[in-house]
Design a protein around this ligand. Structure first.
Ligand code: AMP
Ligand code: ZN
Length: 462
């Protein structure tokens, strides 16, 4: 049984998909106007862990969008489109910017061992679906027109604040959003379709029944999610910053259009923060996977760092913490490499079954990755056979995604130890057991244990 914390119900719910054996999962994808920072990538790592855990029990249909138009610099439906900001910054077209940063996003995504979605959907390729959804909302009386676009009237949608919770509503009402766009009927109303400015031609624009323009960011996700996953999704994920505006608006417009529950489980990941505060693209300096690589880290060191914290707790980034993660991962892999080098012996089926159960229970308990990881460490210290331990590692890694079995060759033997082992083999061949025992003692003093097996001598570090 998998339990997941649902933002909507505010408790850990027992997870069950609507269709037996099949999970529909939508994750908000990157806005491709710049590199993803490692904060963004923490969210994709958490989503990947969720997917891998679900895959133990279900088939997962995972859809992720690429926001390549319509995400404005402000949540107030004004300000420039982030794509056009990127284009101006780099002197390229918005289309080239989108292509370049989508590719670089997937390079990072792959390097972190995140499994690719079943379907990746670009907003610019789903304009027709978005227009249709806005038309439905118009027919149902949820929209109104202002000088700059078609808006959703949030006062017409009951329970608009359900996702964010009552305690936040007052804060939201008095928030910055009120100051802008006096043509809005309610401060929380949002754009479904924005008109192109009359005095300039946008690089990305399309005709629509209301005029030339582009879709609002929220309608993009609803249209693509429902196109590929149906009107009711099992799971929708994203970072916590999306709860109050983006996901709240997705619910309003989707449920207003279909009359059905849009998402059954909302799962949100907490932020990665820098000691100085929030990490964001707009606030200037941000860390990317390339920065980490330039400093000599493997992207999986960062994945390990993320797995050490629960996805619903804030994680403060520091180089010391990353160093610690790197050292821990290295030492874990070293232990695994040493295990591979030992005589395997048989798999102890009962012990393995029990260990797999414990590991999975931790993962199934709202993705308690740090506890699951600690269990792997503990299991490696037990007296179980190397074969049993390696089987557990293999199983755990289908969910952790740390390439734990892709170890370098086991820690190199010092050349003098290699020579001693060869000399000992010769002594044994000549039945000089006294000498062979002397050499074994010498090796042990060097911290190397020798065991004779039918396949020849196997060594391990003490
Ligand atoms: P964006 O590309 O800005 O649309 O964001 C992509 C994903 O990253 C979204 O799910 C955000 O909620 C998430 N996100 C943004 N900043 C952070 C952060 N500092 N830590 C974790 N996730 C973040
Ligand atoms: Zn989204």
């Amino acid at each position: 049984m998998i339990k997941l914390y649902n933002t909507l119900t505010r408790r850990k719910d027992k997870f069950e998909p609507l269709k037996e054996g099949l999970v529909s999962m939508y994750c908000c994808g990157p806005t491709v106007y710049n590199y993803a920072h490692i904060g963004n990538l923490r969210t994709y790592i958490f989503e990947d862990i969720l997917k891998r855990t679900l895959e133990q029990a279900y088939q997962v249909r995972h859809v992720m969008n690429i926001t390549d138009v319509g995400h404005l610099v402000s949540d107030n439906d004004d300000g420039q489109d982030k794509m056009e900001v990127g284009a101006a910054r780099e002197g390229k077209s918005a289309w080239d910017i989108a292509k370049f940063y989508e590719e670089s996003f997937f390079k990072d995504f792959d390097s972190l061992n995140c499994k690719r979605p079943t379907i990746t959907a670009r907003a610019t390729q789903h304009i027709k679906e978005m227009i249709n959804l806005v038309k439905t909302l118009e027919e149902k009386g949820y929209t109104y027109k202002t000088s700059d676009g078609i808006y959703f009237d949030t006062s017409k949608f009951k329970n608009y604040h359900n996702l964010v919770g009552k305690s936040h509503i007052e804060g939201l009402k008095s928030g910055a959003r009120v100051e802008f766009n006096s043509e809005k009927r309610n401060p929380s109303d949002f754009a479904l379709w924005k008109f192109s400015p009359t005095n300039e031609k946008r690089q990305m624009e399309w005709p629509s029944p209301w005029g030339v323009g582009f879709p609002g960011w929220h309608i993009e996700c609803s249209s693509m999610a429902m196109k590929y996953l149906g009107q009711t999704l099992d799971i929708h994920c994203g970072g916590i910053d999306h709860i109050a505006v983006h996901h709240t608006n997705e619910i309003a417009q989707s449920e207003a259009a279909t009359g059905k529950q849009y998402v059954r489980n909302w799962i949100h990941g907490e932020f990665l923060v820098l000691p100085a505060g929030k990490m964001s693209k707009s606030s200037g300096g941000f860390l990317t996977i390339s920065t980490l690589k330039e400093k000599g880290y493997d992207p999986l060191d960062y994945r390990y760092l993320c797995l050490g914290a629960h996805y619903r707790t804030q994680l403060e980034f520091s180089w010391e913490a990353l160093d610690f993660a790197r050292a821990s991962l290295k030492s874990l892999k070293q232990k695994i490499a040493d295990l591979k080098n030992q005589e395997q012996l048989s798999v102890e089926e009962n012990a393995l079954k029990e260990a797999k159960n414990i590991f999975f229970e931790n993962m199934a308990d709202d993705l308690n990755t740090s506890k699951a990881l600690a269990f792997v460490w503990e299991f490696l210290k037990t007296k179980n056979t190397p074969a049993t331990k390696l089987e557990l590692v293999k199983y755990a890694d289908t969910m952790l995604g740390l390439n734990l079995l892709k170890t370098e060759e086991a820690k190199e033997l010092p050349p003098e130890a290699k020579a001693l082992i060869e000399e000992r083999q010769l002594a044994r061949k000549n039945k000089d057991f006294k000498k062979s025992d002397e050499i074994r003692a010498k090796l042990e003093q060097m911290g190397i244990l020798i065991k004779d097996t039918p396949q020849g001598p196997k060594w391990s570090f003490k």
